[in-house]
Design a protein around this ligand. Structure first.
Ligand SMILES: [Mg+2]
Length: 390
């Protein structure tokens, strides 16, 4: 066989519907709203080679697609198994940018390699586990009769506990009132009892550092497992979080909003976080994200993988120093989770009720990512895209 080469890459933009979902106070957070529909937009990337083996992945957004446009032609003719070389070439070429455009293509190349070697990505990375413990990660609070009060969160936490979840994470309100956030922390702990792991992620909505201190102290009192991205520095100030760690006892989980290996390591080394966030889609694919997981391991810390999906499952199955799979964003009144499950042609699904009685989900042993995408659905809802090579 002649040398394996990438001959063509297709990227298709498509939309999907989310039912009973609206937007909150300033039009950004998705929240429960009965009878309202929202359209989401995402992308499928598919890599073709001269010997017929392919790789594909659904993920990314318009800024990452725009970045991909800047380096897609470089990939044509390259050996798709040289993921480390490709990572380093693109990283240098994209040094002015956050490099989120690398996520989808790197994941495609791992999917392709798995299909070629006939093994799952978690096997290629080195297996650690086959069962993934999940936490229920809520939608943001709403004012529409869903998660609209501390009591509503408390009832939902009990429902999740009864389903088998060992952990529950509150995403609070966008238009928050600090007393209400604190009351929610207390009410949820009181409702579920002492055993359930509880987390709070204000997703950077809290206006001031001192309000973050107050919220952190409430988490201390309620015995929360972690506090994540509390305030409006948007999770990126090493100094601010180092100071916060000196004052509150609850472990901080940061680094969801900084990109790449070196910045994660600097954040850890400066003492600005207890737990490290990583996302294969955001942090340069499996190639970039596994470097971050290993760096955290070297510091004696854990990484927690952001958001659900087949790539997250494959990665988590191959890492020791991680605890939970994030079943996000769940809500008591709407079954849909973020990206529609319509994109799968097989039985792959992320939703509130897919866990087993022990609170776990599994990981596919099929080659690559181990999922079949529903190309009929994707092409029926296609809104744009581009083909590179031929
Ligand atoms: Mg978060």
């Amino acid at each position: 066989m002649s040398k394996l080469k990438i001959t063509k890459i297709e990227v298709h933009e498509f939309t999907f519907e989310m039912s009973d979902v609206g937007k909150d106070y300033n039009g950004f957070n998705l929240v429960y709203k009965k009878g309202s529909n929202q359209k989401g937009t995402t992308y499928i990337t598919k890599v073709f080679t001269n010997d017929g083996v392919t790789g594909e992945y659904v993920g990314g957004d318009s800024p990452s697609f725009a970045q991909f446009n800047m380096f897609a032609d470089y990939l044509i003719g390259k050996d798709p198994t040289q993921r480390e070389l490709i990572y380093n070439d693109i990283k240098r070429a994209m040094r002015k940018f956050d490099k989120m455009g690398m996520g989808s293509i790197d994941i495609c190349l791992w999917d392709l390699a798995g299909k070629m070697y006939e093994c799952s990505i978690s096997e290629m990375l080195g297996g650690w586990r086959t069962e993934l413990p999940c936490y229920a990660s809520t939608m943001h609070g709403d004012r529409n009769g869903g998660l609209d009060s501390p009591q509503a969160y408390a009832e939902f936490a009990v429902q999740c506990k009864e389903l088998g979840y060992k952990g529950f994470k509150i995403h609070g309100w966008g238009d928050y009132k600090l007393e209400e956030e604190i009351a929610t922390v207390k009410a949820v702990r009181q409702a579920v009892g002492p055993e359930m792991d509880l987390m709070l992620d204000p997703a950077c909505e809290i206006n001031t550092w001192l309000e973050a201190v107050k919220l952190g102290k409430a988490c201390d009192e309620a015995g929360f497992l972690w506090l994540e991205d509390p305030y409006k520095d948007t999770g990126i100030s090493m100094h601010g979080h180092k100071k916060l760690r000196e004052i509150i006892k609850t472990p901080l989980l940061q680094t969801e909003h900084i990109r790449g290996l070196e910045q994660h390591v600097d954040f850890i080394a400066s003492g600005a976080t207890d737990i490290v966030r990583v996302d294969p889609d955001y942090d340069c694919g499996f190639t970039g994200a596994m470097k971050i997981a290993s760096a955290a391991e070297g510091f004696g810390l854990d990484v927690e993988i952001h958001s659900p999906g087949p790539a997250q499952r494959q990665m988590m199955a191959a890492i020791r120093n991680t605890n939970y799979y994030e079943m996000a964003l769940v809500h008591p009144d709407t079954p849909e989770i973020g990206r529609s499950n319509n994109i799968y042609a097989d039985d792959y699904k992320d939703s509130l009720d897919v866990i087993d009685k022990n609170g776990n989900v599994g990981v596919s042993k099929k080659p690559g990512l181990g999922v079949q995408y529903n190309w009929d659905f994707i092409m029926k809802n296609r809104t744009g895209g581009r083909v590179y090579g031929r």
